[in-house]
Design a protein around this ligand. Structure first.
Ligand code: NDP
Length: 349
């Protein structure tokens, strides 16, 4: 086993790379286990037009490459492996251990940023037409379907919200849902119902997505669950909104998660119930799920980890974090650890 790291980051979407950037700039030399599929969900998208700072848009994979390079420039180190196990510290201030198979890496702080995956329907054509008409993010891709016919699959709040957003661009949006009842909140359902160019088809499931001659999505085969009849619906875009799956398997039983598997954090912080383990991005967030919000929460996790290292008396303060800190650090740092103020940190009231 090598030296004890200050920070290990698990995951490499916008949250992971932003946490890497901030902790690298604090001279903590973060070790990032970015996984085989580094870059997270944005690697699966094409144009990203809603990430601030890129007025002409940027391709998802390029954005992730740039985030990765930016953190590396300040000293982030990458391991392109999947973490297989995490063992929390057994005593306050002791390091946590992160495993890649039998290889153990110890760190005083661990930032979890494994993200979430879109749930898939698992029907023929879905994977093949991904990025060619089949999408999992209307917020990202709706503008590509201006004046085109689209469908949304799902009956939850995400489906309603995506449909309402999509309806601003598409000529027509059909919400295809497998039941006549909806899981969505009443208010969201009503809003969708009141939108002139949104229609509903229930109880239907998608059996298959089919391409046209140009290789793009052209139509879908839908089956009525009451009558078993099938029908072909022409469309240019299909948005799947049947939920997300947080990638929290590796920390189940280690940190608290909610019934859907999202990691639970303390209030507006990124602190999990295990001191020194923080969580950020889509792994904790089932509401906003945007690249920019994930990046923001990666920044928060980095600062929470820095303050833990600086303010926890049981952990040796890294040389780069010695000093008084700034006003924000004083305000938040004082709330982090229940201890007497020291090193110029004043407790806020
Ligand atoms: P949900 O789990 O709430 O809904 C998923 C929907 O997809 C359900 O209607 C479900 O059908 C359907 N579904 C699941 N699997 C399949 C499948 N294989 N084939 C067809 N349909 C399927 O997920 P959401 O992402 O909608 O919401 C997650 C959470 O985020 C919720 O708590 C929600 O309230 C919240 N949210 C809030 C928003 C807001 O308030 N503005 C916006 C977006 C999300 P069935 O009902 O039959 O199980």
């Amino acid at each position: 086993m090598g030296d004890i790291e200050q920070v290990i980051i698990v995951g490499s979407g916008p949250a992971g790379y932003t946490a890497a950037l901030y902790t690298a700039r604090a001279n903590l030399r973060p070790l990032v286990f970015e996984g085989w599929q580094w870059g997270g969900l944005l690697q699966q998208t094409t144009d990203v037009e809603n990430y601030p700072g890129f007025p002409a848009g940027i391709m998802g994979p390029e954005l992730m490459q740039q985030m990765r390079d930016q953190a590396e420039r300040f000293g982030a180190r990458y391991v392109t492996e999947n973490v297989t196990r995490i063992e929390p510290a057994t005593a306050p201030g002791e390091p946590h251990t992160v495993y890649v198979d039998d290889e153990a890496h110890r760190a005083y702080t661990v930032i979890l940023a494994m993200g979430a995956e879109h749930k898939k329907l698992g029907v023929p054509g879905e994977e093949e037409l991904g990025g060619r008409g089949v999408s999992y993010c209307a917020t990202c891709d709706a503008a590509f379907f201006k004046d085109r016919a689209t469908i949304i699959v799902g009956g939850g709040d995400s489906a309603m919200e995506e449909a309402i957003f999509l309806a601003k661009f598409s000529s027509k949006v059909v919400i295809v849902h497998r039941r006549d009842e909806f899981r969505a909140s009443k208010i969201m359902l009503e809003r969708a119902r009141e939108t002139a160019n949104i229609e509903f088809m229930t109880p239907y499931v998608v059996e298959e997505f089919l391409a046209g001659d140009n290789g793009q999505l052209d139509r879908a085969v839908l089956r009525n669950l009451d009558t078993a009849e099938t029908t072909e619906l022409p469309m240019h875009g299909a948005f799947i909104a049947v939920g997300h799956e947080p990638q929290s398997e590796v920390v189940r039983g280690i940190v608290d998660v909610d019934p859907s598997g999202y990691v639970l954090v303390d209030g507006r912080s990124t602190r999990t119930n295990v001191p020194g383990i923080f969580a950020a991005g889509d792994l904790v967030d089932h509401t906003y799920r945007q690249a920019v919000t994930a990046a923001g929460s990666g920044c928060q996790a980095a600062l929470d980890a820095e303050w833990y290292l600086r303010d926890n008396p049981a952990v040796p303060t890294p040389p780069s974090l010695e000093g008084e800190g700034d006003l924000a650090e004083r305000e938040w740092g004082a709330t982090l650890i229940d201890r007497e103020p020291q090193r110029g940190v004043t407790r806020s009231v």
